[in-house]
Ligand binder design. Structure first.
Ligand code: URP
Ligand code: ZN
Ligand code: ZN
Length: 457
């Protein structure tokens, strides 16, 4: 297969080039490649050809307080690939107190044979005990090289500082990465209780219960631990200007802190919590949506390379029947937003108006996640030898985001009505055409489980 006349986007620039694909890999790139005898040729003039997206933060088929996220691996990865994402890294989560292996087994049951993208797993760690090192080593042997811990959700997933420090130390010893959900769990628990005592149904209290300071404090604490131990740390879903500043300064000092943000913190803001009726519930997530000042800071962070990755934290709950559970008490609204289908179109469409290049978007949505999470250069880059995971995007193809036509299995879209200029046209997974002219070419989930490497120390 020869893709001709496209603008090939890489982390370093955009070049008019042709791409030859064979055996699931990229075989050759260069200008003016001539078709071989019998070779299929696809003309992609006027289109960008970017590395297939890597969404390193999804929650498919995840239990949450007695319910499950509305997207499972089949619907979630179907949506992902329709939106140009060819690899997802989902969070496997053992039940409380259970072994990491039980979580991994469960996530393989959920994903194997059902995924339309290639996939891998991070492992949530909510305990520290004598056996944990052996369990982490076993995870590494099974391709899991990143782990997630929460400073929030005390009494459930939350990890106390002493154990967080010990976990970080183990990460260093074995060359793997700790990802941290940073919010001060004690402070937010108290604030939630106090605020809900007055007007429990008032959704506008949600952001007040988890204010900027709560995130900033926890980010700063994690950076200090990482500095003390000289170990990398990955901050998930960064949402505030204060946390970003902390990360910027730490990076300048040479601390290896990776910064992720998500489309919801770039495109949506806290006014959503003041929408009439129960509408605001659609936007309840943790951390909450923030102010326009925070948004501006995050866009600046993207431009200056302080933000390393844009993943979605796709965690979908239906408005009717799920978000609904919190009608009388905002604390019971299941937290999380969908977006796996929309990430690339949103980011490529908004690049120019925010002073970003296509190349910068390719870095944050594919190349950097591949490098950080042990998938590079197999994934995240268009070069000979890499998997032929490609997304062909047509610019100047204005359309409106609409829940009525989306593939994500959820009854609303937080970006409803937004106009995006760039449209995903074709998607290849390891050379196989999955999407052609916006339509699925196959009904068979062809995604493979990806064993990931440990990190460069
Ligand atoms: O509200 C959110 N973000 N839910 C998903 C779980 C998490 O904290 O990342
Ligand atoms: Zn989180
Ligand atoms: Zn998450």
């Amino acid at each position: 297969m020869l893709l001709r006349n496209g603008t090939v986007v890489s982390g370093t620039g955009c070049v008019r080039q042709d791409i030859r694909i064979g055996g699931g890999r990229i075989v050759q790139t260069g200008p003016g490649l001539e078709p071989l005898e019998g070779e299929e040729v696809m003309d992609v003039s006027g289109c960008l050809v970017a590395p297939g997206g890597i969404d390193a933060h999804t929650h498919f088929d995840m239990p949450c307080g007695g319910i499950m996220t509305s997207d499972d691996f089949e619907s979630g990865t179907r949506a992902a690939v329709a939106g140009g994402t060819t690899t997802v890294i989902d969070f496997s989560e053992p039940e409380q107190g259970a072994s990491l292996q039980s979580g991994l087994d469960r996530w393989h049951e959920k994903a194997d044979g059902r995924s339309f993208t290639d996939y891998s797993f991070h492992m949530t760690v909510a305990r520290y005990d004598q056996g944990i090192e052996e369990e982490i080593l076993s995870m590494i042997r099974q391709g899991v090289t990143s782990f997630k811990a929460y400073t929030a959700y005390k009494g459930d997933l939350g990890v106390e500082d002493r154990d967080m420090y010990r976990l970080l130390s183990l990460m260093k010893k074995h060359g793997v990465l700790l990802m941290v959900h940073c919010e001060n769990g004690d402070i937010l628990d108290v604030r939630r209780e106090e605020l809900a005592a007055g007007h429990p149904a008032d959704i506008s209290l949600h952001p007040l219960s988890r204010p900027n300071e709560v995130e900033h404090e926890a980010v700063s604490r994690m950076i200090d631990m990482a500095r003390l131990l000289a170990v990398p740390v990955y901050i998930v879903h960064t949402s505030t200007r204060q946390a970003l500043k902390e990360i910027e300064e730490a990076k300048e000092e040479g601390v290896r802190v990776y910064c992720e943000t998500c489309p919801q913190y770039l495109f949506l803001s806290e006014e959503k919590y003041r929408l009439p009726g129960f509408e605001g519930a659609k936007y309840v997530c943790s951390p909450p949506l923030r102010s326009s000042r925070d948004q501006e800071a995050l866009w600046r962070g993207l431009k200056q390379g302080i933000v390393d990755t844009v993943s979605t934290d796709h965690c979908s709950f239906n408005y009717k029947g799920q978000k609904d559970l919190g009608r009388v008490d905002f604390r019971l609204i299941p937290g999380g937003l969908p977006g796996v289908e929309n990430r690339l179109e949103l980011m490529y469409s908004q690049a120019e108006s925010h002073g970003l290049t296509y190349s910068g978007i390719a870095r944050m949505t594919a190349e950097n996640p591949a490098k950080i999470f042990g998938l590079y250069p197999r994934k995240g880059v268009i070069q000979p030898g890499s998997d032929a995971d490609l997304v062909v995007i047509r610019p100047d193809s204005s359309h409106v985001i609409d829940a009525g036509t989306q593939r994500q299995y959820v009854d609303y879209n937080p970006y409803q009505g937004m106009v995006v200029s760039h449209k995903v046209r074709h998607v290849f997974l390891r050379g196989q055409k999955i999407i052609e002219d916006g339509a699925f070419k196959t009904d068979i989930p062809a995604g493979n489980y990806l064993l990931r490497n440990t990190l460069v120390r």
